[in-house]
Write a new protein. Structure first.
Length: 312
């Protein structure tokens, strides 16, 4: 109870809330984590880990297994509802971190301090931001606005060219040569892959639910409309060099951080870093938040870590 009271006081005393969300945030909605996936029956029987299927190599060597993995994830993300914590964060934002004058100030500082070029005519973040490595787009589902969010590892909401070798002058030993372009293809809301999660197989014909007449979304293994090679989720994959980062989200995040630093220094703004469900397998957010807490003026930034397994 004492800890909760301290956190409540930090919320009341802070001007800016920055949320960092890892796999534990998704797990509370019933989604699988790296550990639970690797311990599932199919993975144990075939001596596989998460890294074996969440990689471009699996796409090139075993496309049936790859799209079973991809399709199973997509279907799960679309049919599962985000848990209550997402709504709680929205209520916190609306009640304590909706300050028009501070929002305007952060926008001004972003334009002044920009590290990465961005379109300043578009909406800019204010006193609230979410930085996540989760790829389920649940924050967008629950009301976080696109300019308040950086999905650092991408999202299953979009697919991209996989970058499979397509040019005759590329050496045969080179499996990937990079995406043919940087177009991202949004998956239609009703689309569902036809997969067998128990055997980790997928057919190369029609999807379970497709879009009639659509050249991309009427195939169970969608193809890039430009080069006719495989599409893959626009997410970071182990050992892959073809991931296309969302430049708008990245620019907003980096410029927002510079604006926050300037606001703390010039205006004595107080910042709360709320880290939720970030473990040690993918510690990127943990490392970033610890670094930010050390960088900002002492007494003007506090880090709250919500993780019963790895509290320190």
């Amino acid at each position: 109870m004492e800890t909760l009271e301290k956190v409540a006081k930090l919320i009341l005393d802070s001007d800016i809330l920055i949320v960092g969300a890892g796999a534990g945030m998704s797990a509370d909605s019933g989604l699988k984590t790296y550990a639970t996936i690797s311990s599932s029956p199919y993975f144990e029987q075939h001596n596989l880990t998460y890294r074996d299927v969440a990689s471009p190599d699996c796409l090139s060597k075993n496309p049936s297994q790859y799209y079973a993995w991809v399709g199973g994830n997509h279907n799960t993300f679309t049919r599962t509802d985000p848990h209550e914590e997402y709504a709680i964060l929205q209520r916190l934002k609306q009640r304590y971190f909706s300050n028009p004058s501070l929002d305007e100030r952060i926008g001004e500082l972003m334009k002044e301090k920009q590290l990465r070029q961005f379109d300043s005519s578009q909406p800019l973040p204010g006193a609230f931001f979410v930085y996540t490595t989760n790829v389920d787009s649940y924050f967008l589902k629950t009301g976080v606005r696109p300019h308040e969010l950086c999905q650092d590892h991408g999202s299953y909401k979009y697919f991209q060219c996989s970058g499979l070798r397509r040019s005759p002058d590329v050496p045969e030993f080179k499996t990937f040569e990079g995406p043919c372009d940087k177009t991202l293809y949004e998956v239609p809301p009703k689309f569902r892959f036809d997969v067998d999660w128990e055997t980790m197989t997928s057919g190369d014909g029609l999807p379970l639910v497709g879009v009639d007449g659509d050249p991309v979304w009427n195939l169970n293994r969608p193809l890039c409309p430009r080069c006719k090679k495989a599409l893959r989720p626009n997410v970071y994959q182990f050992g892959g060099q073809c991931f296309i980062p969302n430049q708008t989200e990245s620019a907003n995040w980096l410029n927002f951080l510079e604006a926050v630093k300037a606001s703390v220094q010039r205006d004595s703004t107080k910042v709360l870093l709320l880290e939720i469900g970030v473990g040690l397998r993918v510690p990127k957010i943990r490392t970033a938040f610890e670094s930010l807490a050390r960088t900002l003026t002492p007494g003007h930034c506090h880090l709250v870590r919500v993780n019963p397994d790895f509290p320190d």
